[in-house]
Ligand binder design. Structure first.
Ligand SMILES: Nc1ncnc2c1ncn2[C@@H]1O[C@H](COP(=O)(O)OP(=O)(O)OP(=O)(O)O)[C@@H](O)[C@H]1O
Length: 305
C-alpha cells in the first residue's frame, strides 16, 4: 500500500494569524485512513483553528491544508466528511428525524436513518423538536448528523462536553464502531481519559505549535514515574531521601510518593511499616504526561523571556 494515498487529511507548515496574534505557527499534522487521532492542548492552543483549516472554514496565511489530497473547500472533499463542532446552530423547530433526513440528503450514500439514530443513541428522540432537547441530547443528535452521511472522515470537536457518563460511554462505543468500519476520526478533547480510551495517536498542541505526537504509550513514557499512595506513619522527609524517589508528600494520614523504582520503594516501605494499609500503585497516565509536556512548554517560554 502506498502510504501517501493513505493520508486523508494533512496540514503542512500551517500558519494562521489574527492581527498580531499567531494562532498557528507552522503546524504539521497528518491523519491516516482508519485511525483515531486525538488533538489535545490547553485552551487557545490552536486545536479548533487547525480543524477549521482542514474543513476549509478559514484559509491559512502560510503553508497548506489538504483533505483527501484536495483543497478542503472542494465539494468532492466535503462530501466525504462529517463534522461536529463545539457550537452547532440547528433549526430548533425541526424534529430530530426531520433534521437527520435533511442532512442525510446532502450525501451521496447516507446510512439508513434508523442506523444513524441507533449509532448515536437518539432512536427514541426522532419525533422530538431539536430545541426542546437537553444539552446532552442535542450533542447526541449533532453526533448523529455528523455520521449519517457515512463519512470517511469525522471531525469531532469536544463531542462529549455536557454529556453524562452513560452517554459518553455510548458515544465512545459508537466512535470505536466507526473506526472499525474504516472511518478516520479527528477528536479534540479536554478529557484525557477519552483520548487514552480511544486514540491510536495523540497530538499535543501548545501556543499554536505541535509540542509532541505519538501513541498514548509513547507519550506516557515521557513520565517514567509510578505513583504510590498508602496510609502509613513513615516520615515523608525520610522517604524523599530514598534512592529513586522523586517526591514524597503527606496529606493527612495518606502518603503520596512518585518514584521510578516502585518495587524497591514498596519493599522498603513494607519492611519499615508492617501496619501500612490502603496501598494503591498506579503508572503515570496520559494526564501526567500532558501536564509535564505543557509545563515544559511554559518553562521554555519563561526561559526565553
Ligand atoms: N476568529 C478569531 N479572531 C481572533 N482570534 C482568534 C480567532 N479564532 C481563534 N483565535 C485565537 O487563536 C488562538 C487559538 O484558538 P483555538 O480556538 O484554535 O484554540 P483551542 O486550542 O481550540 O482552544 P479551546 O480548548 O479553548 O477550544 C486563541 O488565542 C484564540 O483566541
Amino acid at each position: 500500500m502506498n502510504p501517501a494515498s493513505d493520508v486523508v487529511a494533512r496540514l503542512s507548515g500551517a500558519v494562521k494569524r489574527y492581527g498580531s496574534l499567531t494562532a498557528l505557527d507552522g503546524v504539521d499534522l497528518v491523519l491516516r485512513r482508519g485511525e483515531l487521532l486525538a488533538v489535545l492542548g490547553p485552551n487557545g492552543a490552536g486545536k479548533s483553528t487547525s480543524i477549521s483549516l482542514l474543513l476549509g472554514l478559514i484559509r491559512p496565511d502560510g503553508g497548506r491544508a489538504e483533505l483527501f489530497g484536495m483543497d478542503p473547500q472542494q465539494i468532492d472533499a466535503r462530501r466525504r466528511i462529517g463534522v461536529m463542532l463545539q457550537s452547532a446552530m440547528l433549526p430548533v423547530t425541526l424534529r430530530v428525524g426531520e433534521l437527520l433526513r435533511l442532512v442525510s440528503s446532502y450525501y451521496p450514500d447516507p446510512r439508513p436513518l434508523e442506523e444513524s439514530a441507533a449509532l448515536a443513541g437518539v432512536g427514541d428522540l426522532l419525533l422530538r423538536p431539536y430545541g426542546k432537547l437537553s444539552g446532552g441530547q442535542q450533542r447526541r443528535v449533532q453526533f448523529a448528523l455528523a455520521l449519517c452521511g457515512r463519512p470517511e472522515l469525522l471531525f469531532l470537536d469536544e463531542p462529549t462536553v455536557g454529556m453524562d457518563i452513560d452517554s459518553r460511554r455510548k458515544l465512545w462505543a459508537a466512535m470505536r464502531a466507526l473506526v472499525a468500519e474504516g472511518c478516520s476520526v479527528v477528536l479534540t478533547t479536554h478529557y484525557l481519559e477519552e483520548a487514552e480510551a480511544l486514540a491510536q495517536r495523540v497530538v499535543v498542541m501548545g501556543k499554536g505549535r505541535v509540542l509532541t505526537e505519538g501513541s498514548v504509550d509513547a507519550l506516557r513514557s515521557h513520565v517514567p514515574l509510578t505513583r504510590i499512595r498508602c496510609v502509613t506513619d513513615l516520615d515523608a522527609g525520610l522517604i524523599a531521601q530514598w534512592p529513586n524517589v522523586a517526591t514524597a508528600e503527606r496529606e493527612g494520614s495518606r502518603m503520596h510518593i512518585s518514584t521510578s523504582a516502585a518495587e524497591n520503594v514498596l519493599r522498603r516501605m513494607l519492611e519499615a511499616d508492617t501496619s501500612l494499609s490502603e496501598l494503591e500503585v498506579q503508572r503515570a497516565g496520559l494526564a501526567d504526561a500532558f501536564t509535564e509536556l505543557t509545563r515544559e512548554d511554559n518553562l521554555i517560554e519563561q526561559e526565553a523571556a
